[in-house]
Design a binder for this molecule. Sequence first.
Ligand code: NAD
Length: 368
Amino acid sequence: MISEVINTNELHKIDPVFGQLSFDGHEQIVFCNDKDTGLKAIIGIHNTVLGPALGGTRMWQYNNEWEALNDVLRLSRGMSFKSAITGLNLGGGKAVIIGDAKTQKTPELMKRFGEFVHSLSGKYITAEDVGMETSDMDLVREVTPYVTGISEEKGGAGNPSPITAYGVFMGMKAAAKYKFGTDVLEDKSVIVQGIGHVGESLVEHLTNEGAKVIISDINEARLNEVSDKYGATIYRGNDVYSEAVDIYAPCALGATINDATINNIRAKVIAGAANNQLADENKHGQMLKDKGIVYAPDFLINAGGIINVYAELENYGKTEIMRKTENIYNTTLEILSNAEGNDVTTHQAALNIAQGRIDTRKKENMNA
Ligand code: NAD
C-alpha cells in the first residue's frame, strides 16, 4: 500500500516508475510527447476493473518530471477509490500536462493531447482538473469522444466544479454533525484554502448558511474578488493551519496535511475538495484520529465532479446528479461511524469499502 509523498530530490535513487512509492500496481502509464506543440503529458491508468479509467487532466508547472509522475500516480489511484465508493462503474485514471496553464496552453496543445487520449481507445476518459476549463475539454472533444466535462452547448454536463463544491458542502455538514452534533453551519468558522472554481462555490454555500468564512489563496486578485462578492474575511497571517477555526477546508492542491503542518492544525473538522490531502495517508490519517480531528475523506466528499461528468456517459440529468451528490452526506456519516466502530482512520474506512467493491467486481468478472 502506498502512503508517502516522495522527496523528489531523492528519486534518482529508486527505479523510475515501478519502484516509485506512489506506484500502486497501476495498469498502465503513458508518456506523451509532442515537439511541435510543446506537449509533455503523463496519463496514469490505475485500475479498470469497474469500468474505463475516468479522471481529469491537470496542467501544472511542476518543479521536475518526478513530481509530475508522482502526482499522476497518486491522483489516478485516488480516482479508482473515488468512483468505487460513489458506486460508479468507472475505473481510476488521471492525466497531467507539464507546463504553465496561463502561458503554455494552446488549442493545438490541447488537441494533440486529445489525440493521445484517443489512442487509448476509451480505456482512459478525460475531464478537467486544475488549470483546465470546460472550453479546453471542448477542444479535446474535436479529436476524441473519450472526454467529459464538455460545455452544455456542446451536449455536455458543463463545469463540474459547482457540483463538486455542493458535494464537499454535504460532506462537511455530515462531518460537522458527527463532531458538533449539528449539521447547521451557521456561526461555525470555516477557513477555505484555495478559492478557485470549487473553493468559490463552497464559499457561496457557506455564506448562504451563515458560516463565518475566512479565505486564503496565493492569488491576491481572487482574494479581493471573492471577499467583495461574499463578504468573506481574507486570511492575512502566515500559518493558515494554526488559525483557530471550527473547520478547515483544503481546496487548493494536495498533501497540505503533512509533517510540517499537522501539529499546527487547530480546526476540529477537515473537509475540503483537494485531492490527496493527507501527505501520508496512514501516518497523518492516524495522527488526525489521535488528535480527535474529524477528517472527511477527500475522495469521498469531492466526488460531485465525477458524478456530474459520469452523467455524460450514462445520460442522466441534473436531478439525478443532485440526488447522487446529496447522498455524499449519508455516505460520509456511514464512513465516520464505520471508522469509529472498527477503530480505524476515516480514510482507511473509506478505502476498505472502496477496495472491497473493486475486489468483488474482479471476482465476478473472473467467474463470468
Ligand atoms: P482551481 O485551479 O480553480 O483553484 C485552485 C485555487 O487554489 C487557485 O485559486 C489557486 O490560486 C489556489 N492555490 C494554489 N496553491 C495555493 C496555496 N498554497 N494556498 C492557497 N491557495 C492556493 O482548482 P479547482 O478546480 O477549484 O480544484 C481545487 C482542488 O479540488 C484541486 O485539488 C482539485 O484536484 C480538486 N478537485 C476539483 C474538482 C473539480 O470539479 N474542479 C473535483 C474534485 C477535486
